[in-house]
Design a protein around this ligand. Structure first.
Ligand SMILES: Cc1cc2nc3c(=O)[nH]c(=O)nc-3n(C[C@H](O)[C@H](O)[C@H](O)COP(=O)(O)O)c2cc1C
Length: 384
């Protein structure tokens, strides 16, 4: 199981009081004190979170996971306010299920015509090859930022948790989220980011190891180029963050099975957040080319790339990444890179090819199962 977060059965190296975990008579890992207090605060049965995954999941996945006793998430970066209202409405009707609403808190990039022109020039040979006219390019919003509309949704829906990627929103918006009664979480990819989040009063920090699929939550090393040199694997990042802050920490990245979940808890995590392993579930909206790639040999080879959106994210290496180089100055700022690629992606996917698609995946796809999400939750929680 190359690349997964699974340090094996060993005593908890984290010596914080009250967090010790043992193996009980049935060979099951007892829940740690940290995990117990985490689940109690949220009314969850399991210290397990289905990662929000923009573009590949919606209410079907979130409802199935929350219905199974873990926490289901909805990706606000890819769901308009009304879609979020409808989804949470369904989950509330469906037995009052808890929910995590997740948002990207990026600032919409200012237009940069020169960079956009360079990007389109780099893609031009592919448009010619596929017989697609560049006039098909539309300027869409790409990914939605957390803004007035989104905070109004939070105030109306009062979710149990609001989690952010790429830092935190401006203080007035953040205070409105807190007043709506939601726990506030955000991702840290370095110890410095975790310290920053703790100083800004988050209720939990998601330690996102470099194995994780999808966008890196990196926010302190932004700029024209992202500095990714300090990105650690989950197994190293988690204890470093636990050492540095006194806030509950959720482990994410390369956790694909029950051993990985148990190992994260033993190390002191309050919960585990799992993304990639859910991508083949029938409730996921993962495209056909993405599903095929996840089940192919190609999935062994993932890399961080900024080509698809303008921010670094981990995906299965495909033709575009190979030919332009996965991290390239030519891709415009987040999230505008999406626009010029969209017609290429659509044409290629129609022909059954993922050459121009973001095939987001973590380093370890061995946990991906085409089974209902509730069953996968039970498997991930098998030792708890
Ligand atoms: C397809 C995909 C989409 C993702 N989209 C989001 C997102 O919208 N918001 C977010 O906070 N994290 C997103 N992530 C990252 C996850 O929150 C999490 O860090 C990651 O899935 C954990 O690593 P794993 O994929 O190895 O389980 C995404 C991950 C994947 C695989």
């Amino acid at each position: 199981m190359a690349g997964s977060f699974n340090p094996g059965q060993r005593p908890c190296p984290d010596s914080k009081p009250g967090q010790a975990a043992g193996v009980n008579m049935r060979g099951m890992t007892e829940m740690t004190a940290a995990a117990r207090s985490f689940t109690a605060r949220l009314g969850l049965e399991l210290p397990l979170i289905q990662a929000p995954m923009a573009g590949v999941q919606g209410v079907a996945m979130a409802a199935a996971v929350s219905g199974a006793g873990a926490l289901g998430s909805l990706p606000g970066a890819a769901m308009a306010p009304q879609a979020l209202r409808d989804a949470v409405g369904l989950m509330r009707r469906d037995g009052g299920l808890p929910v995590n609403l997740n948002f990207f808190c990026h600032a919409q990039a200012a237009a940069d015509p020169a960079r956009e022109a360079a990007w389109r020039a780099a893609l031009r040979p592919y448009f010619d090859e596929l017989g697609v006219s560049p006039s098909a390019i539309r300027n869409g919003p790409g990914r939605l930022p957390f803004n007035e509309d989104a905070v109004a949704v939070v105030e109306a829906l009062r979710p149990e948790v609001v989690s952010f990627h790429f830092g935190l929103p401006a203080l007035p918006l953040l205070e409105r989220v807190r007043r709506a009664g939601a726990q506030v979480w955000s991702s840290a990819t370095t110890v410095a980011e975790a310290r920053w989040l703790a100083a800004h009063g988050v209720d939990a920090i998601i330690a996102q190891g470099v194995e994780a699929g999808g966008h890196r939550g990196v926010f302190l090393a932004e700029g024209p180029a992202f500095d990714l040199s300090g990105q650690l694997r989950t197994m190293a990042l988690l204890p470093s963050i636990l050492e540095a802050v006194r806030v509950p920490v959720i482990a994410a990245g390369g956790i694909v099975d029950a051993d990985g979940v148990a190992a994260a808890l033993r190390m002191g995590a309050s919960a585990a957040q799992v993304g990639t392993a859910f991508l083949l579930c029938p409730e996921a909206m993962t495209s056909a080319v993405h599903r095929a790639a996840l089940q192919s040999e190609a999935a062994r080879n993932t890399a961080l790339t900024n080509l698809f959106t303008g921010r670094p994210a981990r995906g299965i290496v495909n033709r575009l990444m190979r030919e332009l180089g996965p991290l390239s100055d030519v891709a415009p700022a987040f999230p505008t890179a999406v626009n010029a690629l969209a017609p290429l992606r659509a044409a290629a996917e129609q022909a059954g090819s993922g050459d121009f698609s973001p095939l987001w995946a973590g380093t370890d796809v061995s946990g991906c199962r085409a089974i209902p999400a509730a069953r996968l939750v039970r498997q991930l929680a098998a030792t708890l």
